[in-house]
Design a protein around this ligand. Sequence first.
Ligand SMILES: [Zn+2]
Length: 144
Amino acid sequence: MSSRNNPNRIKSHRSYTVIEASELLGVNPKTVRNWIRAGLPIADEKRPLLIDGADLRIFLKQKRKTYLQQCETHEMYCFKCKQPQLPDADSLQFIAKPAGMVAMTGHCCECGCRANKYVSWRDLDNISQKLGRKLPKAEKHLNL
Ligand SMILES: [Zn+2]
């Protein structure tokens, strides 16, 4: 991940307008307004809206955490549906990566969009059980 959306770029001792915050984080101003609607505190109701740097930092860190915790092991976050989805079991592929990790790719069972995530080797049994099928043909990738 790049420095995009990186809470560490925010200075806690200053305030940001929506535009400043969006430029700093490389996101659309609409996204910042969505954050405010989603609970990001603002200094007061006057225009321009001012966001306290410290609040923004905390908000983004929490958001990142929720995002990471949102998916069950066998779910994948679909960027189109904007929520965790079950992958279509037939589309699943597992590719072994270093350090006991496996790159899991598959298609969202709702919209067919491609999704990726990294899982631990240890979770593979659990994942295949939850999805009610044996690990698919890409198993050959696993027998390195
Ligand atoms: Zn989807």
